[in-house]
Ligand binder design. Structure first.
Ligand code: ZN
Length: 378
């Protein structure tokens, strides 16, 4: 039976008008990235599945390079960035954001928190990126952006509220582990721990027992105790050092440096802030190659700033090199998030490019074709 290996595409074929939803077949003749060096052939059959045998009358997709999709592992589809501070988006706006990312080749998104857990309620149509959502931000009162924290998470309820987000469909829990005090709606002064270590450790244990994982926003040297407490990924991690990286390598903890966000210090910023950014750039040139050598999973995340093409370029510039940076944005992301990719007989997900993004990551901003779970979106 035609659909036997690929039942999902039966649903996809009923998808939105104007989208190629499974009645076409495609062939790809392209260099498989991040590691390939010569072109290979693959096909997407009429059911939208990736197959290794030629499909008669398949239409050739444009592009000479192919990746199994880009992974944005720290994104906020329900948050708008901005100079005046972040703002919450509604459901329709968040779906529009996700559709735009899909057209840009982003095929897998880890939502790193949404106001009230809005992303858990989105009804994702065929052709949208796969989304692993974290639910609401977990922070106590007055310790996160008010627009993103419609309900705070007091310490005595931290584990209970984390489990509540998993029960709503969350795969991740987003812990704001340190943050400045918020004065007049904006962060003010240095970041400091938001919860006691015992409360965080108990929450992490409870989340793991329920099958979830914990992503922790951390910008101070609280980083090492958090890794010891068992968090699964360090978000930002601007106080990263060699000791933390060695612990993370042992524990399998990932690092999402979110360079688009943390390095975007405007020229008009105070001298001290610009000096800190310059110092961090210097440290990154040692830390990123060390993380790579130790086998720490490095993930690409745009947060509320920049693009994956820019994030890959920044990782490449700061010591990772273009090939390893592209690996971070593709196969490392899929593996760390436990998602399949490139498997024959499964719904096809792939993005093609005319130029090799290992020569210039800017090529990632101009995909030639995008197929997500069997549905061509570009
Ligand atoms: Zn974030």
């Amino acid at each position: 039976m035609l659909w036997a290996g690929c039942p999902w595409v039966v649903l996809a074929s009923l998808g939105a008008a104007g989208m190629d939803t499974g009645c076409m077949s495609w062939s790809v003749h392209a260099v498989p990235l991040p590691d390939g060096d010569r072109p290979a052939d693959l096909w997407v059959d009429a059911a939208g599945c990736l197959v290794s045998e030629p499909v008669p009358a398949a239409e050739r997709l444009p592009g000479r390079y192919v990746v199994p999709g880009l992974v944005d592992a720290h994104a906020h589809p329900a948050v708008a960035g901005g100079a005046g501070g972040p703002a919450a988006l509604g459901g329709a706006e968040a779906l529009g954001v996700l559709a735009a990312w899909a057209a840009d080749g982003v095929c897998l998104v880890r939502d790193a928190g949404s106001p009230g857990g809005l992303v858990l309620q989105l009804d994702l149509a065929a052709g949208m990126p796969r989304v692993q959502a974290a639910g609401r931000f977990l922070a106590p009162a007055g310790r996160y952006y008010p627009a993103l924290l419609p309900q705070e998470a007091p310490e005595q309820r931290l584990a209970e509220l984390a489990l509540g987000e998993l029960a709503r469909g969350g795969r991740w829990v987003k812990l704001i582990a340190d943050f400045p005090a918020v004065v007049d709606g904006m962060p003010s002064g240095p970041a400091a721990p938001t919860y006691r270590a015992e409360a965080i450790a108990a929450m992490v244990t409870a989340v793991h027992a329920a099958g979830g994982r914990v992503a922790a926003h951390v910008t101070t040297d609280l980083l090492t105790p958090l890794v010891r407490a068992g968090i699964d990924s360090v978000e930002h991690g601007t106080a990263m050092d060699e000791e933390a990286l060695r612990l993370m390598a042992q524990a399998g903890t990932a690092w999402t440096p979110t360079l688009c966000a943390v390095l975007s210090v405007p020229a008009t910023a105070p001298e001290a802030a610009r000096r800190r950014a310059a110092d961090y750039r210097r440290r990154l040139r040692e830390l990123l190659p060390l993380a790579h050598r130790l086998g720490v999973p490095i993930l690409t995340g745009t947060d509320t700033a920049g693009s994956l093409a820019r994030e890959v370029a920044l990782l490449a510039e700061h010591g990772l090199g273009p090939a390893a940076a592209l690996t971070a944005a593709t196969t490392t992301g899929y593996r760390f998030l436990g998602e399949t990719f490139g498997a024959a007989g499964q719904p096809a997900t792939l993005v093609t490019y005319h130029d090799d993004p290992r020569n210039d990551p800017a090529a990632l901003s101009e995909p030639a074709a995008v197929i997500i779970d069997g549905v061509r979106v570009r």
